[in-house]
Design a protein around this ligand. Structure first.
Ligand SMILES: Nc1ncnc2c1ncn2[C@@H]1O[C@H](COP(=O)(O)OP(=O)(O)O)[C@@H](O)[C@H]1O
Ligand SMILES: [Mg+2]
Length: 276
């Protein structure tokens, strides 16, 4: 049995069918990404898999046990930095560390938090409040917090989606570096609307078709040594083939619904257009 297993998952909000017939498996130590257009049901999928939202039908298991709640062994990073505004960067991380390692003394919790804030380049900003930090820095805090709890699995929902292109590229490389430096292989499920971001970080990539009743494509493996450099991937033959395959999955559903212009279809090879 795989570490994470999703079987015949469906989700409806009232009469609106968002997901249908979704099957998915993932092993421990794998970094898997799911790409899809806006409103296709990516966040819904991640929330169900992480136990934050119940499915309408189907089953999710982690480590062989049914997922019914958010696991204390998991960490999640959202697009809109979910930091507590009245706490410093250090305290935001420490609260999560305290929950994960209640046996640690306050000093150990602070040390663990500071270590991970330093790893994301925020050693000089640990006492700053979120309002004193840029968007990129806030998202670094969220990433430090996720790694600091040393989770068994990490869920990332468009972690860089709210950042400008340059900051986004920097943080993608930071995340790649953090993953490669971790003590054990990181198990992560990332949602993104950016195919290149998925290729940079993932072992396998799946595409979520357009809704209603969206389902997942077969997985596309990425057999490139890690960590990877974004500029080299631009011209790598395998990366180009992966980009094209995912674009096929993403446009196939869209074209059958006649909802995608030719221009948008070609743009898909890079970033999935935001309009559904
Ligand atoms: N709590 C909710 N109640 C009703 N509809 C929802 C809810 N959450 C999401 N939806 C709808 O489900 C669809 C998929 O949403 P979401 O999973 O957020 O997509 P994505 O993350 O791919 O942009 C959208 O049409 C959205 O409006
Ligand atoms: Mg979303």
């Amino acid at each position: 049995m795989a570490f994470l297993e999703v079987t015949d998952l469906a989700k409806s909000y009232g009469a609106r069918d968002v997901l249908s017939g979704v099957n998915f498996t993932m092993e421990e130590g794998e970094f898997v990404s799911i790409v899809g257009a806006s409103a296709s049901g990516k966040t819904t999928f991640l929330k169900i898999v992480s136990g934050l939202v119940p499915a309408t039908r189907g089953q999710v298991t982690m480590g062989g046990a049914a997922v019914t709640d958010f696991s204390p062994q998991a960490a999640i990073v959202f697009q809109n930095y979910s930091l507590l505004p009245w706490l410093s960067a250090l305290e935001n991380v420490r609260l999560a560390v305290e929950a994960a390692f209640p046996q640690y003394s306050r000093t150990q919790q602070n040390e663990q938090s500071e270590k991970y804030l330093k790893m994301v380049g925020l050693g000089g900003a640990i006492s700053k409040k979120p309002s004193q930090l840029s968007g990129g820095m806030r998202q670094r805090v969220a990433i430090a917090r996720a790694f600091a709890v040393e989770p068994r699995v990490m869920f990332l929902d468009e972690p860089f989606g709210a950042l400008d292109a340059l900051t986004r590229a920097t943080l993608q490389q930071e995340l790649a570096r953090m993953c490669s430096q971790a003590a054990r292989p990181v198990t992560a499920l990332m949602i993104t609307n950016n195919v290149d971001e998925a290729i940079l970080l993932s072992d396998r990539i799946l595409a979520l078709g357009r809704g209603p009743a969206a389902s997942l494509s077969p997985a596309v493996p990425v057999n490139l040594a890690k960590p990877r450099a974004a500029d080299l991937l631009m011209h790598d033959d395998q990366a180009i083939r992966i980009r094209n395959r995912l674009a096929e999955f993403l446009t196939a559903g869209a074209e059958s619904r006649k909802s995608l212009s030719r221009a948008a279809a070609s743009a898909l090879s890079k970033t999935v257009p935001l309009e559904a």
